[in-house]
Write a protein that binds this ligand. Structure first.
Ligand SMILES: *[C@@H]1O[C@H](CO)[C@@H](O)[C@H](O)[C@H]1NC(C)=O
Ligand SMILES: *[C@@H]1O[C@H](CO)[C@@H](O)[C@H](O)[C@H]1NC(C)=O
Ligand SMILES: [Ca+2]
Ligand SMILES: [Ca+2]
Length: 211
């Protein structure tokens, strides 16, 4: 076959594959307050303490406020491991302590086709977020040695769960095995690339700034 024809087929192939691909949904981020001092910015794997108010974009109804609902305390979560909706994982990176952001999150990065509780299917959500505190999370570089209890330069699932348990206790949350198990599973799925049941120091370090 003539080479030009191959080139042509290839171009068409790429045109179709890439042209047909849906654009990755994005979070719209508006910074409403940026503190003057910023010692550290949030990154993948950090534990964040946030206050938030969530609204339906459709009619402005507030469906949750950490300041007014539940125990009225801000909440802790680990950034980037899908502990929360993907819109938070994407929209709360590079944020300073004390910073406030308004996030507009499309349904694909929130509760999607199913919705949840007061949130109808296919809802775009608006969150007013305030970052209260940043701590080293289970995946930050500084944590590796602390997590590696037997100093063999790799992390077992038990070591990761033990660390999560300690982190939760330190923040005044009751340890929750089910929750830690799920978080550890999630971490291993992403980090244990060669599936040997351990996260090596190399695996741990390399995937970091991917998001
Ligand atoms: C806003 O929309 C939600 C979901 O469709 C509905 O439950 C709620 O009653 C609406 N609120 C107002 C004030 O229209
Ligand atoms: C533990 O975590 C799971 C999953 O996150 C949750 O469903 C359950 O209610 C929690 N249990 C307690 C005692 O907090
Ligand atoms: Ca170890
Ligand atoms: Ca491994």
């Amino acid at each position: 076959m003539i080479p030009e024809l191959w080139t042509c087929i290839f171009s068409l192939f790429f045109f179709y594959v890439h042209g047909a691909k849906l654009p990755e949904p994005e979070v719209k981020i508006e910074v409403s307050y940026k503190p003057f001092l910023c010692h550290r910015k949030s990154k993948y794997g950090d534990m964040l303490l946030v206050h938030y108010e969530g609204f339906l974009e459709s009619n402005g109804t507030m469906f949750h406020s950490s300041r007014h609902n539940g125990d009225k305390n801000p909440i802790w979560f680990t950034l980037g491991i899908r502990e929360v909706i993907r819109g938070w994982d994407k929209g709360l990176q590079g944020m300073c302590t004390g910073e406030k952001r308004k996030l507009t999150i499309p349904p694909a990065l929130a509760y999607g086709k199913e919705g949840k509780g007061k949130i109808p299917p296919e809802s775009t959500l608006i969150f007013d977020m305030e970052l209260v505190e940043i701590r080293n999370g289970p995946r930050s570089h500084e944590s590796f040695q602390e997590m590696d209890l037997n100093d063999d330069w790799k992390l077992s699932k038990l070591e990761v769960k033990e660390y999560l348990r300690k982190e939760f206790e330190r923040h005044g949350y009751p340890p929750n095995d089910t929750h830690h198990e799920a978080m550890a599973e999630d971490i291993f799925q992403k980090e244990d690339e060669d599936n040997d049941g351990y996260i090596s120091a190399r695996e741990f370090t390399y995937k970091h700034d991917e998001l």
